[in-house]
Design a binder for this molecule. Structure first.
Ligand code: PLP
Length: 456
């Protein structure tokens, strides 16, 4: 059938018949049918029924410069015409991949002068596992292979990525985690703070769980600690300001490599170029993806800090690792155009000085709503925890018995009211494009309030 003649129902039938979607219950999908997204412009999407939708999730945390940017389209077209592919293996390179590596070295904290490219964040984190173990092997410590991560972290879907991640539902399928990866609790105040504990006290105590784990595993066996500056897919868990500096101190004390997974937080999401800069930490390695190309084309990688790069380059010989699409020229050309837009439009500064603080004010104003336990933001990411009863002077907020269903009810109202928010248990989360203006924040907030009313 000519694809132009198809109705939404035709597309849904073909979808249910052939397409296995990621993270999807296919029986539920077949019963309801996918929503088919057909077009995007700025922060807006349209579906196959013509409904206009405010995309408060930037696709999947990635379309940071918004939909329909001509510069990115032109960069892809031009590179496809000139050289659609050549690899970076065996002592070859292409000009876009070299130029992007150079650009990333300029934009990142000073200890980062080298980049290893991958096709996605998951592959980037696979590279992390291999790189940190290789580093310790070359340092003469082959027993130092254990990586510590956190429960409810998301580091991707490959075997190593999902093992680094701390999603229990993922670990339950396919025999994860792989050996040599262990987890500590996440710094989630609403779940783990003790009565009367301040945010700062909690942040330091949550960081101390890393030290306990290092001592339990044995300091001479621990290779690295990995964390997202703000846990994204886990529900936008924003740590207290005391957390990361204490993590840094502990890593320094035991000589452990610190890895910042910036697949979501990188390239301006927190109001800083990288999330580690927002929280004042100095990682040895950074994983990136998503925002580097605003999702227009798949691209990811690892920024390799001097401590690791020096050993790898000077002592390592050949690193037996890489992907066909490491440094794909079209992806790199698009990323360069994307970073050009971010710089030219001052998007990181805008989030830092204007839209981030404005969003924080708007979220603070939600606090009086009876459904809202906490409403928190960090730059242009935010979370609203839905509760059955708000906190009083004597008692903490009362959660819903089924956190999953309240989130799904609210998400359903968003879905039907032209707003994409994501539900993670009882947390409704957003990560809108960085091109947001105050007017667009007002528009988004009006939709959020309407959906909260409908859920209440
Ligand atoms: N790391 C983090 C922090 C992520 O949020 C994600 C994806 O959401 C990944 C890694 C995996 O990236 P990808 O889906 O590109 O493999």
């Amino acid at each position: 059938m000519n694809t132009l003649d198809r109705t939404t129902k035709d597309w849904q039938a073909a979808d249910a018949a052939h397409f296995l979607h990621p993270f999807t219950d296919h029986q539920a999908l077949s019963a309801k049918g996918s929503r088919i997204i057909t077009r995007g412009e700025g922060v807006w999407l349209w579906d196959s029924e013509g409904q206009k939708i405010f995309d408060a999730m930037s696709g999947l945390w990635c379309v940071n410069v918004g939909y329909g940017r001509q510069e990115l389209i032109d960069a892809a077209t031009q590179q496809l015409q000139t050289l659609p592919f050549y690899n970076a293996f065996f002592q070859t390179a292409t000009t876009p991949s070299i130029a992007l590596a150079e650009k990333l070295a300029q934009l990142s904290p000073p200890q980062f002068q080298h980049v290893f490219f991958s096709g996605s964040g998951s592959e980037g984190n696979d590279t992390i596992v291999r790189l940190v173990r290789r580093y310790w092997d070359l340092q003469g410590h082959p027993g130092r292979h254990t990586i510590i991560s956190r429960i409810n972290a998301y580091h991707g879907s490959t075997m190593a990525g999902a093992s680094l991640g701390g999603m229990v539902d993922m670990h339950a399928q396919g025999g994860l985690p792989i050996p040599g990866i262990v987890h500590i609790e996440q710094p989630y105040f609403a779940q783990h703070a003790q009565p009367g504990e301040s945010h700062d006290e909690f942040g330091r105590r949550a960081a101390s769980w890393l030290e306990y784990k290092i001592l339990e595993v044995g300091p001479d066996k621990v290779a690295a600690f990995i964390g997202e500056p703000v846990q994204g897919a886990g529900g936008v868990i924003i740590p207290p300001d005391t957390y990361w500096p204490e993590i840094q101190r502990i890593c320094d004390q035991y000589g452990i490599l610190l890895v910042s997974d910036e697949v979501i937080c990188g390239f301006g999401r927190t109001g800083h170029m990288f999330g580690c800069e927002r929280f004042g930490v100095r990682p040895d390695l950074i994983t990136f993806a998503k925002g580097v190309s605003s999702g227009y084309i798949p691209l990811g990688g690892v920024l390799v800090g001097d401590r690791v790069a020096r050993v790898l380059i000077e002592q390592g010989g050949e690193f037996n690792h890489g992907y066909t699409y490491s440094g794909h020229p079209v992806a790199c050309a698009v990323a360069l155009a994307n970073l050009g837009v971010i710089e030219r439009e001052g998007l990181v500064q805008r989030v830092h000085d204007d839209t981030g603080p404005y969003l924080a004010q708007q979220f603070a104003a939600l606090q009086g709503h009876p459904l809202v336990g906490e409403a928190e933001t960090c730059g242009l990411m935010g979370a609203i925890r839905l509760v059955r009863r708000q906190a009083t002077a004597d008692a903490p907020a009362e959660p819903f018995a089924s956190s999953l269903s309240v989130g799904m009810v609210c998400r359903g109202h968003c879905f039907n009211n032209g707003l994409i928010m994501r539900a993670v248990g009882d947390r409704m989360i957003i990560a809108p494009p960085l091109i947001l203006t105050r007017e667009l924040i007002d528009e988004m907030m009006a939709r959020i309030r309407r959906c909260l009313e409908l859920t209440w």
